[in-house]
Design a protein around this ligand. Sequence first.
Ligand code: KG4
Ligand code: ZN
Length: 337
Amino acid sequence: MILSIESSCDDSSIAITEIATKKILYHKKISQEAEHSVYGGVVPELASRLHAVALPNILKETKPWFSQLKAVAVTNQPGLGVTLLEGIAMAKTLAVLQDIPLIPVHHLKGHIYSLFIEKETLFPLLVLLISGGHTQVIRVENFEKMEILATSMDDSVGESFDKCAKMMGLGYPGGPLIEKLALGGDEDRFPLPVPLRHSPLIAFSLSGLKNAVRLTVEKLGGASEMTEQDKADLAAAFQKAVKLHLLQKSKKIFAKEAIKDFAIVGGASANKYLREAYEKLCKEFDKTMHVAPLEYCSDNAAMIGRYAIDAYERKQFIDPNEIDIVSTKKQQAGMLL
Ligand code: KG4
Ligand code: ZN
């Protein structure tokens, strides 16, 4: 069995996965959404302190499996440095105490592997990853070979939902709040710009759209002066513009890539409005769409454990003295490997 730990942002999570069957024997996640909500976003030091309390509490529950552990896996990049270190410290300690190998896991590869929880892998695969930190289209040939085809130039999809929700005084995380509000909104009331519409670039950018939302909020007299209907209409208009932007760039990639299987992963892949739009696009391009079960779209240790099974088979271990978080510069350069 593999014990896996995830603490890259504001979710403390641990899972136990059986290597031979890929079954999840234990999985728990403690989210810090309520604690960060008052600030409209994640406060790194607060997140780190909350992990320091939550992780040992979850770990206690996994004691029955300790004697059967073959490895311990932990997210070591990308993410918030101070929160990654909480998970890493725990994983290093366990590896040393139990005398078992340590497996470092790239968080974004974990999101890709959320598709394969309790399942076999499916390669090759074209993946749209939309999370709080990233927007990327990745060609996944196999475990070893993953290539980024398009990436965000500024705010990611999840981040833009969070920031727009904050501007409208909705709380955190903004994704589910905006999606719900948009259901009762008129998506055509506010004409928001579709980012990079006339640009040949195959890349994503949402900071301009975010500013357009800010200007609209200001025109309406600020969040406190907006009616519930104003907020619903603006949420719907914003979501529509995000959808059109993602679809426009994805179409260009679909036209070039012969790979039949397409998947959406990451926290924002829980968004039904976006999922439906991509289902239509996949039909148009004769692709099969895949998504992870809703509970595994956002950060969790089960996806880290599933990736770790494939890493274990390839003996991709690291010395506890060597494991570290990767610098933000490398992350920004779009390094997936
Ligand atoms: O993958 P994730 O849990 O963490 C990162 O790796 O970043 O993604 C979290 C992000 C947040 O920004 C959250 O607002 C967004 O996913 N999100 C959504 C939805 N549910 C979560 N965005 C849009 N629509 C949703 N339904
Ligand atoms: Zn994530």
